[in-house]
Design a protein around this ligand. Structure first.
Ligand SMILES: [Zn+2]
Length: 255
């Protein structure tokens, strides 16, 4: 089927949907210059074994290794801008078509694009928590500067501060996960955008949605195990496809 036809079909599903969820992953932000943290091909792991720097065990054993590894990422994340795929989802929400974004990303770009309901399955870098007394602080420019200077941020109690991102070996935040599962069961359409759905349990969410009766649109560069479950499958760049979907939906709304 031609791309134009698939976009029309996808837009028709969005137009008819009464409750829609979007599920996004690393592929959603690659156009914004953010490498895929968990992908072996990202280049991030060429010099580091993920289990030795980005697991909860490694963090507790040697937080300095973790901060040395994440230091170059601080500026990458701060300088990244939302791309047309983020803008498209924010617009879909404004048009009243999209009720929630469920994301595996930690980069804040959905919120910065204007999406208001975002469930972050893998946490975020806006706050950090003391591993000893569980006090929470916001990761402000002062904290970021300490990380840039090679320091390990510490709490006033002396404990190490851990950013609120989910490291390897950590459970997903249970309240967020429960909300996401609830949304998956309730929606009648799920749009998976820029995720190869390889990281469980997050990747189970779209499957839960279709198992509960939702239709599905899949937009991803590469084929995935979810393709056979989706009603519309588009292999392409989300930053190119999503704006076209939204444009087509807008035209349908106005007709
Ligand atoms: Zn503390």
């Amino acid at each position: 089927m031609r791309l134009e036809e698939k976009i029309k079909q996808g837009a028709e599903l969005i137009h008819q949907s009464r409750r829609m969820a979007a599920f996004t992953g690393a592929g959603h932000s690659t156009t914004s210059g953010i490498p895929d943290f968990r992908s072996p091909d990202s280049g991030l792991w060429e010099k580091h074994d993920p289990m030795l720097v980005a697991s909860i065990w490694a963090f507790r054993l040697n937080p300095k290794n973790f901060y040395d590894w994440i230091r170059p990422m601080v500026d990458t994340l701060r300088n990244a801008e939302p791309n047309p795929a983020h803008d498209a989802l924010a617009e879909l929400e404004q048009l009243g078509h999209l009720q929630v974004v469920i994301t595996q990303n930690i980069d804040d770009l959905h919120q910065r694009a204007g999406s208001r309901r975002v469930l972050e399955l893998h946490g975020h870098l806006r706050e950090a928590t003391c591993v000893r007394c569980y006090k929470k602080v916001s990761v402000d420019p002062a904290v970021e500067q300490r990380i840039r200077n090679g320091q390990v941020p510490r709490c006033e109690c002396g404990g190490v501060m851990k950013p609120d991102v989910i490291l390897f070996g950590e459970q997903l935040p249970i309240r967020v996960l429960n909300q996401a599962m609830d949304e998956a069961r309730r929606c009648d359409l799920i749009l998976v955008a820029g995720s190869s759905l390889e990281v469980t349990p997050a990747a189970d969410i779209p499957f839960l949605a279709v198992d509960s009766g939702a239709k599905a649109i899949m937009v991803n560069l590469e084929p995935t195990a979810f393709d056979s479950r989706a009603d519309v499958v588009i292999h392409g760049d989300v930053a190119e496809i999503l704006p076209r979907l939204v444009e087509t939906v807008s035209a349908m709304d106005g007709r």
